[in-house]
Design a protein around this ligand. Structure first.
Ligand code: NIG
Ligand code: FE
Length: 407
């Protein structure tokens, strides 16, 4: 009846709140969840229902975690810049002096695709072994047609070769590349006239993002990019209000963006606009921590206006060289004062919504993909509580079980 069946586990469905089911069973058929509930309610003995009965050994199953905002594909690192910052230079000063994102752009342009793929997979492994089954991967360190294509092909290879769920996001408007210095408008012409249409035509783009900031792109420029995305039928999202308030969240909402991300400096009008449009707030505690930001995103306003909050690593070499999803769950609580339940919803249900994948994954419910993570914990809140341990014992992506070696 089922292709496989889990027994002897507890479940946090994350459909709504924790949605805990103790002494549960999960039946899987055609890579999807076909049955979930209390084991005692199964229609027959587990062994009569499937040839493959798996023992959860009393562990907790959650939906596979979802990292809905990453810049995993790039070359090199920015450790020297980390040292400069410790000596007093600011992120913006370094960017204005030609460093920052453009340092990574240079390294990324120089490295062949195969090697960038290897680096990307190496980074992703840390997240995978913490139960992350769905990833968003942005381009944005190529900034010319050839190099952006290289990064989107890397993201495609991660999806196809590792058989993971991956959303490939075009972030051509991440920084003005050196050859366009002082000519941002002309670079936006290139994005809208050539880069985005060609990459979309080749089927390499699932969504479009931009960095709306004084050191990035101004709202009017973001608009042009979003208009192009709209013509190509691609959903949009935006790095908004990370360092200042340019009203990017409201702009994103105007275009019915999937998400607005960072949002430390968003105001209530921006939050209200997001609520109306159904735009998810993606918060990035790793970047907040790393930049030693003092202004906390307005959690109470998101709560008040019922804007779903997602949490992601924002893995990138400049502001978040972070490769732990579980640490982000903790930081969402310690730095942003979110509840553990909110934090966990932020890397499951709400992260799926931020990618437009809520029909596919993000909760453990009948009809959803059999994507789950198995944890050696007593309660799901433990995932937010401990720091420096990885209690993940395996994950399932589309019904395919990957047990993790115990050290
Ligand atoms: O999400 N804000 C823009 N992009 C990244 C930083 C990229 C970088 O510094 O390399 C972020 O924080
Ligand atoms: Fe980012």
């Amino acid at each position: 009846m089922f292709d496989s069946l889990w027994k002897n586990l507890h479940v946090a469905t994350m459909a709504g709140g924790y949605g805990i089911i103790n002494n549960a069973a999960i039946g899987i058929k055609d890579r999807k969840i076909a049955w979930i509930g209390k084991a005692e309610d199964l229609p027959a003995e587990p062994e009569k229902l499937s040839e493959y009965v798996m023992d959860g050994e009393g562990m907790f199953a959650t939906p596979g975690l979802i990292d809905c905002h990453t810049h995993l594909a790039y070359a090199g690192d920015r450790a020297p810049e980390f040292e400069q910052r410790l000596q007093g230079a600011s992120y913006e000063e370094i960017a204005k002096a030609g460093g920052g994102i453009n340092t990574t752009v240079q390294a990324t342009r120089e490295l062949p695709e195969k090697e960038i793929l290897e680096l990307t997979i190496k980074r992703l492994r840390s997240l995978f072994f913490e139960g992350v089954t769905t990833y968003e991967i942005k381009s944005g360190y190529g900034l010319d047609l050839h190099s952006e294509k290289k990064l989107l092909r890397v993201a495609t290879a991660v999806r196809d070769e590792l058989e993971l769920r991956v959303q490939r996001t075009f972030l051509g408007a991440h920084a003005v590349p050196p050859e366009f210095k002082g000519r941002a408008e002309e670079y936006v012409d290139l994005i809208c006239g050539e880069m985005l249409p060609e990459l979309a035509e080749e089927g390499l783009v699932d969504a479009v993002d931009a960095f709306c900031e004084g050191i990035g792109f101004l709202p009017a420029q973001v608009r042009r990019i979003f208009d192009t995305a709209k013509e190509l039928n691609l959903p949009v999202k935006l790095h908004a209000e990370q360092l200042s308030n340019l009203h990017g969240a409201a702009l994103a909402a105007e275009y019915h963006a999937l998400s607005a991300d960072h949002l430390e400096y968003v105001d209530e009008a921006g939050v209200e606009a997001m609520a109306k449009a159904g735009t998810v707030a993606v918060l990035l505690p790793g970047a907040f921590y790393y930049l030693r930001e003092k202004v906390v995103p307005p959690i109470d306003l998101f709560r008040k206006h019922k804007v779903p909050i997602a949490i992601a690593t924002d893995h990138n070499p400049g502001t978040a060289p972070v490769l732990s999803a579980v640490l982000m769950l903790n930081m969402a609580c310690t730095l942003f004062r979110m509840t553990p339940e909110e934090a966990l919803l932020g890397m499951t249900r709400n992260a799926a919504q931020a990618l437009g994948y809520l029909d596919v994954c993000g909760t453990l419910e009948i009809g959803k993909a059999a994507d789950l993570a198995l944890w050696e914990i007593a309660h799901p809140r433990d995932l937010c509580y401990f720091v420096g341990v990885n209690p993940c014992r395996g994950s399932m992506v589309g019904g395919e079980w990957h047990p993790f070696e115990r050290e």
